[in-house]
Ligand binder design. Structure first.
Ligand code: UD1
Ligand code: UDP
Length: 362
């Protein structure tokens, strides 16, 4: 079986890394297509190097742009690669524009599509990712849903049950494979001047939050109030999108908010593991907080990871300043005794087992 693996952004590289590692270790016939959606060193190369991933056979160099343009460039270039290579299956992960383009190009060429982290829904079409998820799921032949709850979302849309496989999320595999190594890297704390268990960790990059000046101002005000109440520094590895928007809107960061460049995955895992609390609008970070048993406050009004709310690792604060403080004060005191709903670190084994046995049976 010839497998094409599509990556292109930070979370895709991280969550595909166990799959790539599996293909390499089992000497499968596979190759990587990098869409080039992320290209800054600390969103891309640092992860590829740290995770020891092989070079991509194709780099599509899509770069940044509007949704239409970025998707179109990837669609155009990936089609060319797929025609040339004619793989049996294309694996995409998550909900980026590269996933949409990869799934669309492959399905129109009658190449099988495997969607990893399928059937997640926020039920909020104002998120560009929601549109990508829906279309990718409906184009896919194999839907690897992380949980039974996500499978139900697929069934509600009449996606055929025999295409949906509940496998857990490969992020658990990635965390388990890297956490020991991460915890050995103590220097991140001295570099950031942070003391374990005495800081809050923040990520904030969603288009809906940072591209809207009022919403961004509101969140910054909430963080200012939080620092005043708790007196705890808030460490913020800032995504370039958020950095660009702060500059565009000429906004200053409040006292207590310590902006640092995006960290490597290992350093970020270590920062998560030792944080008193995590504040985020990221999808992957909500999952990792849950897996690492660190309470999480999500700066959004909905989540496609409702399992984290059900187990009690996460709460939705939205963007209202007082609500951010209230939810943070509540979550910081919470018992960290929830059970991780995203699987036991065997998602990759399950996914590859399903693909290989279904190929062999043909
Ligand atoms: C993308 C994904 C989002 C995911 C995020 C992970 C889509 C629709 N969005 O959002 O789901 O959560 O990646 O981080 O696919 N930029 C750089 N360097 C880079 C990449 C981007 O400076 O390497 C800047 C550019 O100014 C660019 C902006 O960030 O315009 C946004 O990048 P883009 O790839 O459009 O979306 P993300 O916000 O990164
Ligand atoms: N991450 C990282 N360095 C950072 C911030 C995040 O390596 O400075 C990792 C984090 O561990 C998680 C992933 O990036 O695995 C989440 O990516 P992001 O928040 O960009 O995207 P999303 O999950 O929201 O799509």
């Amino acid at each position: 079986m010839k497998i094409a693996i599509v990556v292109g952004t930070r979370p895709e590289i991280i969550k595909m890394s166990p799959v790539i590692r599996y293909c390499k270790d089992h000497k499968l016939d596979f190759f990587i297509i990098h869409t080039g959606q992320h290209y800054s060193y600390n969103l891309d190369k640092v992860l590829l190097e740290e995770l020891g991933l092989p070079e991509a056979r194709y780099h599509l160099e899509a770069g940044s742009g509007s949704h239409g343009r970025q998707t179109a460039v990837i669609l155009d270039r990936i089609e060319e690669v797929l025609v040339k290579e004619n793989p049996h299956i294309v694996l995409v992960q998550g909900d980026t524009n590269g996933v949409l383009a990869g799934a669309l190009a492959a399905s129109k060429l009658h190449i099988k599509v495997g969607h990893i982290e399928a059937c997640l829904r926020s039920y909020d079409k104002l998120m560009p990712e929601e549109i990508n998820r829906i279309i990718a799921d409906h184009a896919a032949d194999y839907l690897f849903a992380p949980t039974e709850d996500s499978k139900k979302n697929g069934l509600k849309e009449n996606l055929p049950e025999n295409r949906i496989f509940v496998t857990g999320n490969t992020i658990v595999d990635a965390v388990f494979q890297n956490i020991k190594l991460a915890e050995g890297r103590e220097d991140i704390f001295s570099r950031l001047g942070a003391k374990k268990d005495e800081y809050i960790l923040l990520t904030l990059h969603r288009q809906e939050n940072v591209d809207d000046p009022n919403r961004l101002k509101e969140i910054l005000h909430g963080l200012e109030l939080l620092y005043r109440e708790l007196g705890m520094n808030i460490i913020y590895p800032i995504h370039p999108r958020a950095q660009k928007m702060l500059k565009t809107f000429n906004l200053k960061l409040p006292e207590g908010l310590i902006m640092v460049p995006p960290t490597s995955f290992l350093d970020f895992l270590n920062l998560e593991k030792n944080a008193k609390l995590i504040l985020t609008d990221s999808g992957g970070v909500q999952e990792e907080a849950c897996i690492l048993k660190v309470p999480c406050v999500t700066l959004r009004y909905n989540t496609e990871r409702p399992e984290t709310l059900s187990v009690g690792s996460n709460i939705l604060a939205g963007t209202d300043p007082r609500k951010i403080v209230e939810c943070s004060k509540m979550m910081i005191k919470t018992n960290r005794d929830w059970k991780n709903p995203f699987g036991n670190g065997q998602a990759t084994e399950k996914i590859m087992g399903i693909l290989l046995s279904s190929h062999l049976s043909k």
